[in-house]
Design a protein around this ligand. Structure first.
Ligand SMILES: *[C@@H]1O[C@H](CO)[C@@H](O)[C@H](O)[C@H]1NC(C)=O
Ligand SMILES: *[C@@H]1O[C@H](CO)[C@@H](O)[C@H](O)[C@H]1NC(C)=O
Ligand SMILES: *[C@@H]1O[C@H](CO)[C@@H](O)[C@H](O)[C@H]1NC(C)=O
Length: 377
């Protein structure tokens, strides 16, 4: 990259960051609006809702019309002007400051920072981050800065571009996000890449894996708690026949897994275990299709346990997997990371924080620990 481009980046970012850092420190003593973000700690089991989000929930980054013609509008404009004033005054090439600021901003605050940056410099903050940072740190911070649906679209694209893809992230998006969130991801994907997610999945995969992945991604599941015991009985036996019966036919497996609700499938898996004496994934034949199927079932059956396992292999494999570590922590930080951390500790006799601190160093470690909430303890 030419010297002049770097210089421009530097000039744009430096003043802003400094001021934001200053703002962060002063707001931690008296925090009403800029309530500093405590990811894993304050995230209750469902969704992290900062106080400010309740009154300004519909505010969206990159969409300037949103905050203009709104009812009364005074409040939204006030919050936006505050954030704009902060952005105007300081930003820089200091990675520690970037980490400290973005790592402690919740979803709504990150949107404001990004929007304010756009208004003032007519540049996308994400482009600036790309130009300032690199490697695992840049990827993690960029994912964190993106809107969740857009972030999932980017993660799906990343998966499809790999020569030896592991469909884990796409399965998480299809089977763990709520039905409405899945729709939002598909909308974001279509907007970004000018194809539908199902279309791209279908052209990058073949045979049974294709049927399974396109099936679960096309789903719009019922998400209530009710389930039908009789259906669970009969489908447990259908699953057993198709998986272990050498029928070489996966049509019913795919239909069941891609249309039934999570509660219904949980009941089916429980009954399966009662009837056959072991979990459905036990004794799966080898091969790519069955390992994909195993991931689908694990994601549906117990997402937290599944994520704790992904974290463990990302941290403990001989070659650590930063892609997996960042994607799990970034996508769960404002959801159920606290529960995942508890489960991890129980199963591994070491906390995620300690394990991460042991394996990594430098700014990447600092940023991941900030999202884990470790620096707030
Ligand atoms: C993913 O993103 C790249 C770069 O933006 C784009 O060229 C490509 O078409 C996208 N889709 C897939 C399936 O790779
Ligand atoms: C699945 O079933 C088990 C056993 O009945 C229950 O403890 C668990 O909460 C259920 N999980 C979901 C997500 O419904
Ligand atoms: C768990 O960790 C503690 C200290 O980190 C150690 O003393 C103890 O032996 C460990 N327990 C097991 C079962 O590994």
């Amino acid at each position: 990259m030419g010297l002049s481009k770097k210089f421009i980046c530097f000039c744009l970012l430096f003043p802003l960051l400094l001021f934001l850092l200053f703002q962060l420190e002063s707001s931690s003593s008296s925090s009403s609006h800029g309530s500093s973000f405590k990811p894993a700690i304050s995230a209750s089991s469902q969704q992290f809702k900062p106080p400010v989000l309740q009154s300004h929930g519909s505010f969206e980054a990159g969409n300037h019309d949103h905050h203009k013609g709104k009812d009364g509008g005074g409040d939204d404009n006030q919050v936006f002007d505050d954030e704009k004033r902060k952005v105007h005054t300081g930003w820089g090439t200091d990675e520690k400051a970037i980490i400290s600021i973005l790592g402690h901003r919740n979803l709504f605050q990150r949107k404001l920072v990004r929007l304010a940056f756009q208004e003032i410099y007519h540049q996308d903050l994400l482009q600036q981050l790309k130009c300032e940072l690199s490697g695992n740190l840049e990827r993690a911070i960029s994912l964190w800065t993106l809107d969740p649906a857009d972030r999932d679209a980017v993660l799906a694209n990343e998966t499809l571009q790999k020569s030896d893809p592991d469909y884990r992230v796409i399965i998480e998006i299809a089977c763990i996000r709520s039905p409405e969130d899945l729709l939002a991801v598909k909308r974001a994907y279509k907007f970004r890449y000018k194809h539908s997610l199902e279309e791209d999945l279908a052209s990058f995969t073949t045979a049974d894996i294709r049927k399974l992945l396109v099936g679960v991604t096309s789903a719009y599941r019922y998400d209530g708690d009710e389930f039908d015991e009789t259906v669970a009985q009969s489908e447990a036996s259908t699953l057993h026949q198709e998986i272990h019966g050498k029928a070489f036919n996966n049509e019913e497996v795919i239909r069941i897994l891609s249309t039934r609700s999570q509660a219904q499938l949980n009941a089916t898996f429980n009954i399966y275990k009662d009837i056959y004496g072991h979990s459905i994934t036990k004794g799966f034949p080898g091969g790519d299709y069955f390992s994909t199927l195993r991931t689908v079932i694990r994601c549906i059956r117990d997402p937290k346990k599944y994520f704790a396992k992904v974290l463990r292999s990302a941290i403990n494999l001989e070659e650590t997997n930063e892609d997996a570590l960042s994607s799990v922590i970034v996508t769960r930080a404002e959801k159920d990371l606290k529960d995942i951390k508890e489960l991890y500790l129980k199963r591994n006799n070491i906390s995620v924080d300690e394990a991460v601190a042991r394996e990594w160093s430098g700014d990447y470690k600092t940023f991941i620990l900030a999202l884990l909430g470790a620096d707030q303890n």
